[in-house]
Ligand binder design. Structure first.
Ligand code: 5AD
Ligand code: SF4
Length: 443
């Protein structure tokens, strides 16, 4: 197979996978490959896969089948991401048209693997090297108004349902200087907002340039001083790592947006224990109360799993109760999905898909009501919107409020500007804002 000249990356799953996809694109471009347009046929297709739920591996295999072209030829195919890590050499055994398998901690080697594949050699790398991939990646280049930055990766918490500790490896914090350098590069490339990413981002720890121990709040305060950066966000956090300093930052740091994604998964203490979450419903509610005391308008988001093994109707109702108690601005909810190799997959009392369906519907109905109510309650606020993309109608743009709501605005202001609007309409999924005055923030 000839060396590819164009590539396409398809990312599935979480924001960290989106970030990894961007870094792989930068890496391939640094090697002289060009991104194929959306419709163009790429010489190399990278499937950047997710393993967190459902039959993710099955989806990858059917996607591979669809890459065959009408004339019977096919592109060079790389499977990256968490399915690559979990399945490894099993992938080319089942799908011989796969040329490259590369895990989330090894993708800095993608160019070499492409070279090996072009020579017809098997190209597989699912190592978790001691020296992280980040040092081997090129500098960040073009960037939209809102950028992702991985600061922490992996997980040592071992929730019993979750594959992340196995696919992403142990919890590692990137060094202070590396994070600050990448943040500067993102801002230089056009980012107005940075979302710090980590599977347990609020467990980030490191030392600043003076050698002083810092937590995520220290990093956020340093980023707040970065000229040109108007907004800081972070995700995903664990309730047990929500320390006082970070909560205080929500009260004191103006560029830290009033939004917190804090998954609780279940409202039942028995289920939480079986999940190995190491917090209770009560302790989670106490964290939320502390955060709200610091920043009363903060939007709270969460993740929920319904139908965990052994979950009874009463235990499910405890989840509805905690949702009612918190009042979420938005949330993600999932049916429990048995992940091969995780402790929960072997637990007794697996809940039937019918019961899972029914519980998910009830849970989502409640969450949707809360989200809509939150949006309606925002009507009347005057606030800044960061314009991120064009809307469907001419002259219309879509941006984000500080509370991470999508807001439609009629304006000629370019993508990437901050404009001040009055929120006038609150629907279930988005709001409408009316321009007060273009307000480019002098940062
Ligand atoms: N089944 C269903 N949902 C899961 N999540 C993680 N693992 C599973 C699983 N096995 C959900 C959790 C987590 C989010 C990223 O995905 O809610 O917070
Ligand atoms: Fe999916 Fe988890 Fe991997 Fe992200 S880290 S891609 S959510 S399995």
């Amino acid at each position: 197979m000839p060396k590819p000249r164009t590539f396409q990356i398809k990312s599935y799953g979480c924001q960290m996978n989106v970030y990894d996809g961007e870094r792989m694109a930068e890496l391939l471009e640094a090697e002289g490959l060009a991104a194929a347009g959306a419709t163009g046929e790429a010489d190399l297709v990278v499937l950047n896969t997710c393993h967190i739920r459902e039959r993710a591996a099955e989806k990858v295999y059917s996607e591979i089948g669809r890459l065959r072209r009408e004339d019977g030829s096919r592109p060079m195919i790389a499977v990256a991401g968490c399915v690559a890590q979990a399945e490894g050499a099993e992938i080319p055994r089942r799908a011989p048209s796969v040329d490259i398998v590369v895990g989330p901690q090894a993708y800095h080697r993608l160019p070499q693997l492409v070279g090996e594949a072009a020579e017809g050699r098997p190209a597989l790398d699912t190592d978790m090297p001691l020296l992280s991939k980040f040092g081997a990646l090129p500098k960040r280049r073009r960037q939209g108004p809102s950028g992702f930055l991985t600061v922490q990766e992996g997980c040592d918490k071992f929730c019993t349902y979750c594959v992340v500790p196995y696919t992403r490896g142990a919890e590692v914090s990137r060094p202070w200087a590396a994070v600050m350098d990448e943040a500067r590069a993102l801002v230089d490339a056009g980012a107005k907002e940075i979302t710090l990413l980590g599977q347990n981002v609020n467990a980030w720890e490191g030392e600043d340039e003076k050698g002083v121990a810092q937590g995520l709040d220290g990093l956020i305060r340093a980023l707040d001083r970065l000229p040109g950066l108007a907004r800081i966000r972070y995700t995903t956090s664990h309730p047990n790592d929500m320390r006082d300093g970070l909560i205080r930052a929500h009260a004191e740091v103006e560029t830290l947006m009033p939004f917190l994604h804090l998954p609780v998964q279940s409202g039942s203490d028995r289920v939480l224990k079986a999940m190995n979450r190491s917090h209770s419903a009560e302790s989670y509610l106490r964290v939320i109360a502390r955060v709200r005391a610091a920043r009363p308008d903060i939007a709270i988001s969460g993740d929920f799993i319904v139908g965990f093994p052994g979950e009874t109707e009463a235990e499910f109702e405890d989840t509805l109760k905690i949702i009612a108690a918190v009042n979420y601005a938005q949330a993600y909810s999932f049916k429990y999905s048995a992940r091969p190799g995780t402790p929960a997959a072997a637990m007794e009392g697996q809940v039937s898909p019918q019961v899972q369906d029914e519980r998910l519907q009830r849970l989502q109905a409640l969450l949707n009501t809360q989200q809509h109510a939150f949006n309606r309650a925002s009507v009347g606020r005057r606030t800044a919107i960061l314009l991120e993309r064009d809307g469907r109608r001419p002259g219309q743009r879509i941006g984000k409020s500080p509370w991470l709501q999508s807001v439609h605005v009629e304006t000629e202001a370019p993508i990437g500007s901050l404009v001040e609007v009055d929120l006038v309409d609150g629907g279930p999924n988005s709001l409408r804002g009316v321009l007060v005055a273009a307000m480019e923030r002098a940062a």
